[in-house]
Design a protein around this ligand. Sequence first.
Ligand SMILES: Nc1ncnc2c1ncn2[C@@H]1O[C@H](COP(=O)(O)OP(=O)(O)OP(=O)(O)O)[C@@H](O)[C@H]1O
Ligand SMILES: [Mg+2]
Length: 273
Amino acid sequence: MSLEIKNLSKTFEEQDAVQPIPALQNITLSVNQGQFLSVIGPSGCGKTTLLRIIAGLEKASAGTVLINGALPERPWEHVGFVFQEYALFPWRTVIDNIAFGLEMKHMSKKERYTKAREYCKQFGIDGFEYCYPREISGGMRQRVAIARTLINDPTIVLMDEPFGALDSQTRSQLQTFLLQIWQRSQKTVLFITHSIDEAIFLSQHIIGLTRRPGSIGLSLPVDLAYPRDITSDEFNRYRREIIRFLNAQQNDEEYSSKASKIVTWYEYKRALC
Ligand SMILES: Nc1ncnc2c1ncn2[C@@H]1O[C@H](COP(=O)(O)OP(=O)(O)OP(=O)(O)O)[C@@H](O)[C@H]1O
Ligand SMILES: [Mg+2]
C-alpha cells in the first residue's frame, strides 16, 4: 500500500501555551508500495508528530494523508507503529506481548500462540517466550516490539527511532535484521532516525526536515545496492550531503533566539520526564 501526504501542517494550540506551536508546515510526500523511506531532522522538528498524524493519533491542522489513494476512516487499522521508547507491556510475557494484537482480534489462544512462536523463531527470540520484558536485553525488547507490530500484518510500518536507545553493535545487528525482514515482507516502511548512517544504510529515499516548523528541506534518493558498505566512497558522499543539510539547521542564530522564547506547558512536562 502506498502512502501519500499532501500539504500537511500542524500547529499545537494549547491553553497554557505562551503562543501556538507550529510543528509541521506544508509537508507533501509519497511513499510507494514496498518502499523504505527515512525521515531525519533536528530534535523537535515534528518527526513524531508526523507519524502520529499518519496513524490517526493526532489531527492535522491542514492537509491530507491518503493510504492507497483513499482517505481512511480508521488510519490506525492500516499502520503498525514501533515507538520511540520501548512500549512493551511489562506485565505480559514476550509471547503475550507479541500476540497482543491477535488477542484483540479474538483469535484463540492456541492459534495466536502458534503464530507468535513462529515470529519468535523468525526474530531470534525463541527460548525467551515466557520471559517478561525486564528479563531480556534492550535489543531483544526491540525485536519483540517489531514482531508485535508485524504479526498484525500492517500495510504500512511506521518506526519512530526504534533503535535509538541501543548500543552501536546491537543497533547495527538490528539494522541488518530489519533489512532482511523488509526485503522478505516488502512492507512499506516510514522510518525516523537521528542517525545519518542508519538512514543511508537502510533507506531507498531520505527526507530531511528543517528545524521547527518542520518542512521538507532535503529529498534524497539513495541509489546504492544492498547490502551497503558504510566505509565506501559512495556512502560517504550521501553522508556528506546529509551532514551539510543538518548543520544548516543548527546554524541559524535567529531561530535559536526565537525558539528559546517558545516554552509550552507540554515542553515543560516533557523535560521533566
Ligand atoms: N501534544 C502536544 N502538545 C503540544 N505541543 C506538542 C505536542 N506534541 C509535540 N509538540 C511540540 O511539537 C514539536 C514537535 O514535536 P515532536 O515530538 O514531533 O518532535 P520530534 O522531531 O519527534 O523530536 P525528537 O527528535 O526529539 O523526538 C515540539 O516543539 C513539541 O514540543
Ligand atoms: Mg520524536
